[in-house]
Write a new protein. Structure first.
Length: 234
């Protein structure tokens, strides 16, 4: 990567750096897309198997164990991704995506296939627009990102409380707040990841996988929030 001085003063170096960032970001999006595809295929496979449905969703201990397992895998990936080989990091990423697909099969039991597909494309279009905004805006989104992270903590707490409270008003409040939070995080993380690549360089495969998991989580959560709003129940 060229130095910052070269980047600012040399048009050729600046163009080369921009191309390198764009190439890196496309690698991130490819990993994210492959992860989403793995989740989707596993979810559909599980949803089409009555035996798997009874085994997973008929056993609350197993189901919640899988959810906590997913959380543990995200924590493990985040802490280890920079220290392990790219192959190991990739295997961890796809293992998480596949495990997420197992629990994700539940949406096929609640919503129609048509509405799931429609909301997926709505989410994909929204995600693309938000990523473009994050990549092209001249405004520093750091302050917004910090605000969204605080909002995310509040969203998690409110969602956990509502598991036991089951308040419809809080359910919809967290839904619409979630759309705003994950939309903002998508734009912010796009800008932040591009900056990380420019500042750090090197080890781009592992950094691309870290970015892919970040985008994957933003996409999945935005999709789930939009599915609450636009999804048609069976």
């Amino acid at each position: 990567m060229p130095s910052q001085v070269d980047f600012m003063s040399n048009p050729i170096a600046r163009a080369t750096a921009v191309d390198a960032v764009n190439t890196f970001m496309w690698r991130v999006y490819r990993w994210m897309s492959l992860g989403l595809a793995a989740t989707g295929f596993v979810a559909m496979f599980v949803a089409e198997s009555p035996q798997a449905i009874r085994f997973i969703f008929g056993n609350p201990i197993l189901f919640y164990g899988l959810l906590f397992g997913e959380l543990g895998m995200v924590v493990a990936f985040t802490s280890m991704a920079r220290r392990v080989s790219a192959t190991t990091a990739g295997a961890m990423f796809f293992a998480y995506a596949a495990l997420n697909g197992v629990t994700f099969a539940s949406i096929f039991l609640v919503y129609t296939h048509e509405s799931i597909a429609q909301v997926f494309f709505i989410t994909a279009g929204s995600f693309a627009v938000l990523s473009v905004i994050g990549a092209t805006t001249k405004r520093d989104l750091s302050a917004m990102g910090r605000f969204m992270m605080i909002g995310l903590i509040g969203l998690v707490i409110a969602s956990l409380v509502n598991i036991f409270w089951a308040n419809p008003a809080l359910y919809w409040a967290t839904t619409y707040a979630g759309v705003l939070i994950f939309a903002g995080l998508t734009a912010y993380e796009t800008q932040r990841l591009r900056q990380m690549f420019v500042m750090q360089g090197g080890d781009t495969q592992n950094l691309a996988l870290i970015g892919a998991l970040t985008f994957y989580l933003d996409f999945i959560n935005l999709f789930l929030m939009l599915l609450r709003i636009f999804g048609r129940r069976r």
